[in-house]
Design a protein. Structure first.
Lengths: 876, 353
């Protein structure tokens, strides 16, 4: 950032002053020469012959270390060239005796020029061969400062993409480069300004984004391209406008669904109150109700938690949170993205009537990278990089909780003899490589393990059966293989196969439940272009799960039925059984783009369920129409579809359930509009209605019905260099009816108002601050009344108030904040620290009511008080 | 179809509820169930916790009037019939004549002995107007006998390998008159009785308790009531005649008052094998046994586990006892339960000095 210099010389004797005056008079004017080498010019001839002038030799520049560009001026004046003229007094040796600014430029330029000017060294000026002092002008010109945009281009399926053209247009220049073998690109210095970045990889949705670079700024991007799956006319250039953020930008194409919410890693890992846990962040999405406390339940558009399925790259997983909500089983660091479909989802998904969450594991990075993080809950490590020069890339990650360290003493103090304090693990291993330009192969192994064991010595007054040896464990793992192949311009193949094991074991006294299953799943989809604007997605979704179950448990009451006795007070159900869940499905989707901005997706899914021996046919339709194009796109969207969920195994079991049941059924309707207000701000409004029927009522049959309706509003500021955030509000109502002669009741998971506002801002210098505020209707509860005394077990049994869920807890409101600090070290290493504070103003939110032993007195049970959490992370 | 997530959610719910119940309750500033200051039922002991068809079962009820200043005497009554195999084993099915026979084939009826009649309670009470005084037809006292019907054991869909029968007896401890109260929607699960004063006004919850006792009937299975060989106080045996003497603990000094320990001695012979119950480790399970404490003076832990189904005798199973703020003489009850309906109790004087 050195300044260019020019010197203008006036030669004369500084001592005595007369000589100086004479010299200045002899060479008046602004400039005698542009460079020191051109400085010596003969005096103008005079009309009158005069004595021979003295022979003057001008000083010449010998040494110039250059002026340093003042950093403080970068932002303000980095886009312009700044010129500073110095007056230098040279002594007879050629050194700078005095330096002064002739025309101040301000903003630190004068000081920078003076500092450099004082270090200049010249050959002395000479008169008739004798060195003399001199006064000269010396100019430093600080040129406009360039910026730089560098980065890497990759795809989720193929990793780093080589040879992809990257074009940058703006600030009066256009530069085009192609990515190197490792996917990186570097177009060199660029004038500061606004640039349009266009990446057009063959077979990928063109990427286009607008970025500003400031003078001296270096912007590093990692751009993920989405494979083209649309048939016919390619998406208009303005289809993809996702902003580039720190780590990853998800390339986007119009979704197959009415609403697909994809949040980026920065958003998911920085939401206050989630401890950086991306999967917990889902609970902030519009349409998702607040679960009580730290529970990890996903309550989507008035559905029960078990009516939403969770996948990891298309593979169904049995659980997503450790201990029901403490922390998710896949750490944020391993995630590429989370796709959340609150309803009207694609025909590729089925077997639930609620929503879908599909978690995408990311491919390993092509360069060696490591990470370690510790917080109050767990510690995790991750390593990834290339496998020598084989073309394969690997990632290994693991996590262990140390809740046991602090919870064991707590439980001991509470009177429990702890054998195994609560502890959880999870692990992930990925091996991925690209095969040629169009194929990608990836193997993944991931799993989770939670367990605790303790002896409860105390006996609960209201439920004496709870006590004694209590153990609980859940574990699962999956081997997953994924193969993608872009067979031709019009044909793509995607296969995801997985096998693994699920295990759950629960024991309380002489009651127990153990389930071991070995699920195998296979998803295959062929996407074929049929013609201009028409593409077909034909797929198979196959599930085969042998299982073994052993249980000894008290019978569960039917809905609305009071417990017959405290836990263990009734003859238990006892069963040991093996069986197989077999549920193959075929689906077909037709994506039609009849005209610009329109998109219709018709789908049909056919499921077979072995336990019911029935076929479920589920037609679905989605339409989207852009009313105005980007960058102020307005899209009208809507959909209607049939969604079916087979009964649970226990519902159809000969002993516990009702044989001959069929699937629960829901018809989803939705209608909404999306509008881009600015480059970063998007607004969406969507109404939904669900009509449920044929619902399984435990031990009764397919007699239940229900409905859920609501309105979701989302104002979202998509991540830019500094800020991201959103404001989400959902108004909803969900009711169920347990039979034609039963009264309609509010569904236990109903929450009328759900408002979430959050944002996170990068303060600079590695600091980032975020806050989340939630204002949500209280959860429902059924009041208890003074009942009777169970003489067998010695406990009062309350009466359950009627109707069920007739009371609602007070309004929930809470503010959470998060502060991150990242130090950027040498060689790309980073050190991060965060503090995440839950319930900043310590609001005593009610989570329910606690009753005394005979339900004649009650008091409010509050949620968590102010709870700070801290973490430390290092990355190489 | 998903993997059987029912199990997962069930397990989670049970584990969570177990943990929550074990560690979250009992606080909130409420009086413990062990503090006796009202009309109370503590337990009912059937001489045959598991009965056989045709046998006579005798129930003894431990009822106590702990009210400091009673205005009306407490009396204990049995409803004069035994409910046998109500639909879905639900106690409230005993009072619903309109309820159809359950898929299990449940039906009301049976023979009785010692009490009044036995049979379908719903039919028995079906025509009675609300507010009818039932006191004249109730069986007063704390002992009640009935004969189990010969056909009480029936096959159940849910437990086909182990048919059983269920008999239910209803009791009430009431400081007033017992009247019929037809349940409404809000109290549809309630036993249709109410305790009222002389003016027919329902008394407070401190003046009455409704009780339900179930005896399961098997063709072969047996269960014996546990036995109590004595209590201990601070590790030493308690003389039943002298009882426990504890220092007074003033309200202002409660945190500093020493906690003493009370134990109940139940011999290992009471820790019976549960026939046909095999734990997850493949071993035959034994009973779970716990003790409930009730005291008219002082503060004592409500209940403690004595025997676990797998690991047996629980160490450190004594309950903590503190003296009350007022000195005086009271009674401490220890009621031992096993998880198959077996019950035993003992009582000793407690003196706060």
């Amino acid at each position: 950032m050195g300044a260019k210099r020019k010197a203008f010389f006036r030669v004369g004797g500084l001592f005595p002053g007369a000589a100086l005056v004479a010299l200045v008079a002899a060479w008046p004017g602004e400039a005698l020469a542009q460079r020191s080498g051109d400085l010596v010019k003969p005096p103008k001839p005079d009309e009158t012959p005069a004595p021979a002038p003295p022979r003057i030799e001008l000083p010449t520049l010998q040494k110039d270390e250059g002026a340093v560009y003042p950093a403080a001026a970068l932002k303000k004046r980095g886009r312009e060239a700044v010129r500073v003229v110095l007056i230098l007094d040279l002594d007879a040796a050629g050194a700078v005796a005095k330096a002064a600014v002739e025309t101040p430029a301000g903003d630190g330029f004068d000081e920078a020029a003076l500092e450099a000017g004082r270090k200049l060294v010249f050959t002395p000026a000479k008169r008739d061969g004798k060195p003399i002092p001199a006064r000269i002008k010396h100019v430093y010109t600080f040129p406009a400062q360039p910026g730089r945009i560098v980065g890497a281009v990759a795809s989720a399926s193929r990793g780093a993409l080589a040879g992809v053209p990257v074009r940058l247009e703006g600030a009066g220049v256009t530069k085009q480069v192609v990515t190197a073998a490792d996917g990186t690109f570097d177009p060199g210095d660029l004038p500061a300004g606004s640039y349009t970045i266009v990446v057009e990889g063959k077979g990928f949705v063109p990427y286009r984004s607008q970025k500003d670079i400031a003078p001296g700024e270096r912007l590093e991007l990692t751009l993920n391209l989405e494979p083209v799956v649309l048939v016919g006319a390619p998406p208009p250039p303005d289809t993809v406008t996702g902003p580039v953020v720190e780590v990853t930008v998800q390339g986007q194409k119009p979704p197959r669904e009415v609403t697909k919410r994809t949040f980026e890693r920065r958003e998911l890992s920085r939401i206050p109150g989630t401890n950086g846990d991306a999967l917990r962040a889902i609970q902030n999405f519009p349409g998702v109700a607040r679960p009580p406390g730290l529970a990890g339940l996903l309550i989507v558009r008035g559905s029960a938690p078990n009516e939403t399925n969770i996948f990891v790259d298309g593979t169904l997983v049995p659980l997503v949170y450790h201990f029901g909500g403490l922390s998710s089983v896949v750490p944020t660091e391993m995630l590429e993205k989370i796709d959340f479909y609150p309803g009207n989802f694609s025909s590729q998904y089925g077997r639930v009537v609620g929503g879908i969450v599909d978690v995408g594991l990311r491919d390993p990075k092509p360069k060696l990278h490591g990470l370690a993080q510790v917080d109050l809950i767990d510690a995790r490590v991750l390593a990834e990089g290339p496998v020598f020069s084989t073309g394969w890339k690997f990632a290994l990650a693991g996590r262990r909780s140390y809740v046991d360290v602090w919870l064991k003493p707590v439980l001991d103090a509470a009177g429990a003899g702890v054998t195994t304090a609560p502890v959880y693990y999870d692990y992930q291993a990925i091996l991925q490589r690209d095969i040629g330009k169009n194929q990608s192969l990836r193997f993944a192994f991931f799993g989770s393990d939670d367990r605790l064991e303790l002896l409860v010595k105390g006996v609960n007054a209201s439920n004496p059966g709870i006590g004694g040896n209590l153990s609980f464990g859940t574990a699962f793992y999956r081997f997953q293989g994924r193969y993608t192949n872009k067979v031709s311009d019009g044909t793509e193949l995607r296969v995801v196969a997985a096998g693994g094991k699920d295990a759950i074991a629960f024991q309380l006294g002489d009651n127990y439940f153990t389930l071991t299953s070995t699920p195998f799943t296979l998803r295959t989809e062929v996407s074929q272009k049929l013609g201009q604007g028409v593409r077909m997605n034909l797929g198979m979704d196959w599930l085969w799960t042998p299982y073994e179950i052993a249980l000894r448990l008290p019978p569960l009451p039917r809905p609305g039925e009071p417990p017959g006795a405290p836990f263990g007070g009734r003859p238990p159900l006892q069963l040991t059984e093996t069986g197989t869940i077999y549920a193959p499905a075929l689906y077909d989707e037709l994506e039609i783009t009849p005209w610009r901005g329109a998109r219709f997706v018709t789908g049909l899914r056919v499921d077979y369920t072995k336990s019911t021996q029935r076929w479920d046919v589920s037609p679905r339709f989605v339409a989207r129409q852009d009313l105005t194009p980007s960058p102020r796109r307005t899209t009208l969207k809507g959909g209607v579809g049939v969604f079916q969920q087979p009964p649970q195994p226990q519902d159809t079991a000969a002993r516990f359930g009702v044989p001959g049941l069929s699937s629960n059924r829901a018809i989803h309707y939705s209608l909404g509009v999306e509008r881009e207000l600015t480059k970063h701000v998007e607004v969406s409004l969507e109404g939904f209605y669900r009509d449920l029927d044929n619902l399984v009522v435990q031990r009764v049959g397919n007699v239940g019905t229900g409905r859920a309706a609501g309105l979701e509003t989302l104002i979202r500021y998509k991540p830019d260099d500094r800020f991201f955030g959103f404001f989400a509000y959902t108004l909803s109502r969900s009711v169920r009816k347990d039979g034609p002669n039963e009264e309609e009741r509010i569904f236990p998971f109903d929450q009328t108002h759900i408002l979430t506002a959050l944002g996170s801002y990068r303060l600079g210098d590695g600091w980032e601050f975020g806050a989340r505020y939630r204002l949500i209707s209280g959860s429902l509860r059924t009041p208890q009344l003074y009942g009777f005394y169970d003489l067998n077990v010695g406990a009062y049994l309350p009466l359950q108030g009627y109707p069920p869920n007739s009371e609602r807890n007070p309004l929930f409101h809470q503010l959470d904040i998060r502060l991150d600090k990242t130090w950027y070290l040498k060689n790309g290493a980073k050190l991060g620290f965060y503090v995440d504070i839950l319930n900043v103003y310590n609001q005593a939110n009610s989570e329910g009511v606690t009753y005394n032993y005979n339900s004649t007195l009650s008091t409010q049970t509050n949620s968590l008080p102010i709870l700070p959490s801290i973490g430390l992370r290092g990355e190489l | 179809m998903k993997a059987p997530r029912c199990g997962r959610s069930l397990g989670l719910v049970l584990a969570a509820s177990a943990l929550a119940s074990a560690f979250a309750c009992g606080g909130q500033g409420f009086d413990s169930i062990s503090k006796v200051d009202s009309v109370r039922l503590f337990a009912a002991r059937a001489d045959k916790p598991y009965a056989r068809p045709g046998e006579v079962v005798t129930l003894d009820v431990l009822a106590y009037d702990g009210r400091p200043n009673p205005t009306r005497p407490m009396r204990h009554y049995f409803l004069p019939f035994t409910c046998v195999n109500p639909p879905a084993d639900a106690y409230y099915g005993c009072f619903s004549p309109s309820v159809a026979a359950s898929p299990d084939g449940g039906a009301f009826g049976g023979a009785s002995s010692g009490g009044a009649g036995a049979g379908a309670a719903g039919g028995f009470l079906g025509g009675i107007p609300d507010g009818t005084d039932l006191t004249p037809i109730l069986v007063q006292g704390t002992r009640y006998s009935y004969r189990v019907p010969e056909g009480a054991v029936i096959a159940r869909k849910e437990t086909p390998d182990e048919p059983y029968g269920l008999t239910i007896v209803f009791t009430v401890a009431c400081a007033g008159r017992v009247v019929f109260k037809r349940p409404d929607l809000a109290t549809r699960q309630q036993v249709p009785l109410a305790c009222v004063d002389e003016d027919g006004v329902p008394v407070s919850s401190k003046d009455y308790v409704l009780g339900i006792h179930r005896t399961y009937v098997y063709d072969k299975k047996r269960n014996e009531n546990p036995t109590i060989t004595g209590l201990t106080y601070e590790g030493a045996p308690v003389d039943p005649n002298v009882g426990i003497v504890v220092d007074r603990c003033s309200l202002t000094n409660r945190m500093k008052c020493p906690e003493t320990k009370v134990g109940t001695v139940v011999p290992e012979a009471s820790w019976e094998v549960q026939e046909g119950v095999v734990g997850t480790n493949g071993e035959t399970s034994r009973e779970q046994i716990w003790v409930d404490y009730y005291s008219t003076l002082g503060e004592i832990d409500g209940a403690r586990l004595l025997y676990d189904v797998g690991s047996g005798a629980v160490p450190d199973s004594e309950a903590k006892l503190k003296g009350s703020a007022e000195s005086g003489l009271g009674t401490l009850f220890a009621v031992v339960h096993d998880n198959r309906g077996g019950v035993a109790w003992t009582r000793v004087p407690i003196t706060v000095k």
